[in-house]
Design a binder for this molecule. Structure first.
Ligand SMILES: CC(C)(COP(=O)(O)OP(=O)(O)OC[C@H]1O[C@@H](n2cnc3c(N)ncnc32)[C@H](O)[C@@H]1OP(=O)(O)O)[C@@H](O)C(=O)NCCC(=O)NCCS
Length: 185
C-alpha cells in the first residue's frame, strides 16, 4: 500500500518508517513529555506502542502518524487519528491525539498538525464526530482541544487510572463536522 503522506505549511504527517522510532523515542520518552501519560515507557511498552500505531494504520488507514518537520526532516512526535479503544470511553468514535517532543512545544506545531488531522477526519475519512481524551492536569493538551474549537463533554468522561493515578478520570472533548466546517469557513 502507498505510504500515507499529508503536508501542512511546516509539517508532514506520514506513515511510520522503521528508522523513525529511535528518533521518536529519544525526543518524546522523557519525564516532561510523558508527565500525563503514565511516565516514561520501558522497552516492552515502547514496542507495544509501535505495534499498536502500525496496526491502526494497517486496519483503518489512519493512525497517530509520524510528524516530520519539513525544514530539517526531524521527527517531532506524532499526531493523528485512531478509533477510540479505551475501555469505558466512546469506543469506535474517531479520536484525535498528539505527542510532541519538548523542544517542539510552544511553536504552534501541535495545532497545525491537529488541524490537518481534523480536516482529514472529516474530509477524507468521512467521520461525523471526533473526540479527544486527556486528564485534568494536562492543561497544554486540553488547551489545544479548546483552541481547536472542541467542546468539553463531561457526559463522556470515564474512569481510567493509566494516565494519572492521582486523578483517575479521562476527560473528553469533541467536535462535529458541522462545527468544524463552519469554523474552517
Ligand atoms: C499537548 C501538546 C502537543 C501541546 O503543544 P503546544 O506546542 O503547547 O501546542 P500548540 O501547537 O497549540 O502551540 C501553542 C503555543 O505555541 C505558540 N505559537 C508560536 N507560534 C505559533 C504559531 N505559528 N501558531 C500557533 N501557535 C504558535 C502559542 O503562542 C502557544 O504558546 P504558549 O503555550 O506559550 O501559550 C504538548 O504539550 C505535548 O506534546 N505534550 C506532551 C504529550 C501529551 O501530553 N500529549 C497529550 C496527551 S492527551
Amino acid at each position: 500500500m502507498a505510504e500515507f503522506r499529508h503536508e501542512t505549511e511546516r509539517l508532514v504527517l506520514r506513515d511510520w518508517r522503521d528508522a523513525d522510532w529511535a528518533e521518536f523515542w529519544e525526543g518524546t520518552n522523557t519525564s516532561a513529555v510523558m508527565r500525563w501519560l503514565g511516565g516514561v515507557c520501558d522497552a516492552a511498552k515502547r514496542l507495544s506502542v509501535q505495534e499498536r500505531l502500525l496496526g491502526y494504520a494497517r486496519d483503518h488507514g489512519h493512525t497517530f502518524w509520524a510528524v516530520e518537520r519539513k525544514e530539517d526532516g526531524a521527527i517531532l512526535g506524532f499526531c493523528g487519528l485512531k478509533l477510540c479503544n479505551q475501555e469505558g470511553g466512546p469506543i469506535g468514535t474517531t479520536e484525535v491525539g498528539w505527542r510532541l517532543r519538548e523542544t517542539a512545544w510552544g511553536q504552534g506545531y501541535a495545532k497545525e498538525a491537529a488541524t490537518a488531522a481534523l480536516d482529514l477526519a472529516f474530509e477524507r475519512f468521512g467521520t461525523d464526530e471526533v473526540v479527544a481524551l486527556t486528564v485534568n492536569g494536562n492543561v497544554p493538551s486540553w488547551g489545544l482541544m479548546q483552541r481547536l474549537g472542541m467542546r468539553r463533554r463531561e457526559d463522556l468522561d470515564f474512569a481510567d487510572a493509566s494516565w494519572d493515578v492521582d486523578d483517575p478520570v479521562l476527560i473528553v472533548y469533541s467536535i462535529d463536522r458541522e462545527t468544524w466546517e463552519k469554523q474552517r469557513g
